[in-house]
Design a protein around this ligand. Structure first.
Ligand SMILES: [Zn+2]
Ligand SMILES: [Zn+2]
Ligand SMILES: [Zn+2]
Length: 242
């Protein structure tokens, strides 16, 4: 254990007390600083403490999964509805059986996605409320409680750079993606229909893990990213300093 970690460990009762005080006074950034001071290291080297990050990593990944899955539901519904209208527009013309089959496939997947998304949203919310008590979990929790935390400059730029709606004026990322999940707002994934229109071609992915528009530094291995990038990524998903 490094000297700094030992000092931090022994100062913990004081920094914990200061955290509580800042929290009571509504000083969000101050409370986050004192939580950070309770961790064994600060900066990127903290990422090597795998046990500390594991619950936080899982929580962020649940959020990514939900983000992708909700947008996929909207996407498949739109594809289904287009086919449905085509098939029913002129009932006297013979509809190719492939269109009917395709529509049925969408319908089936939509049915299971509906259930998956309701469960996933509930589980994600529950998971963040039952994180093991520790400074890192409290940082994530406090950050996630902030209104529209995901609309930071870095995450907007990240969205725009990957071809997302933050690069345009449509405002898709600022409103709920679907009425059935009014609390869920998110940046674009490859399933965003507005992005597909702007791009002019579909991106065929079925899981967030393969989505080129979602960057998960844990999944890709954080050592593959620059320190500057990691600093911004971790800050904007977990710490939330301005
Ligand atoms: Zn979009
Ligand atoms: Zn848009
Ligand atoms: Zn966006």
């Amino acid at each position: 254990m490094s000297l700094s970690a030992v000092v931090r460990y022994f100062l913990r009762p004081y920094t914990r007390h200061a955290e509580r005080k800042s929290q009571q006074e509504g000083d969000h950034d101050g409370a986050q600083v004192f939580r950070l001071a309770q961790l064994p290291r600060c900066g990127i080297s903290l990422l090597s403490y795998r046990d500390l990050w594991q619950p936080v990593e899982k929580c962020i990944q649940m959020y990514f999964k939900l983000r992708f899955s909700i947008q996929r539901e909207v996407y498949l519904r739109a594809k289904h509805d287009v086919l449905y209208e085509e098939i029913n527009a002129n009932p006297s013309t013979k509809v190719p059986s492939t269109s009917v089959d395709e529509m049925q496939t969408y319908k089936k997947e939509l049915h299971s996605l509906r259930e998956t998304n309701c469960n996933l949203e509930r589980e994600t919310y529950r998971y963040i409320n039952t994180l093991p008590d520790g400074p890192l979990g409290r940082m994530l929790y406090a950050h996630a409680e902030q209104k529209d935390w995901y609309l930071s400059n870095f995450l907007r730029q990240e969205c725009a750079r990957s071809g997302g709606c933050c690069g345009r004026e449509c405002g898709c990322c600022e409103k709920p993606r679907i009425d059935k999940h009014p609390l869920h707002k998110s940046h674009c994934t490859s399933m965003c229909l507005c992005c597909e229109d702007a791009r002019g071609y579909p991106v065929e992915v079925e899981r967030y893990e393969n989505d080129p528009m979602i960057v998960d530094v844990f999944l890709c291995g954080y050592r593959n990213f620059s320190r500057d990038y990691l600093r911004c990524w971790i800050n904007d998903y977990v710490f939330g300093f301005e």
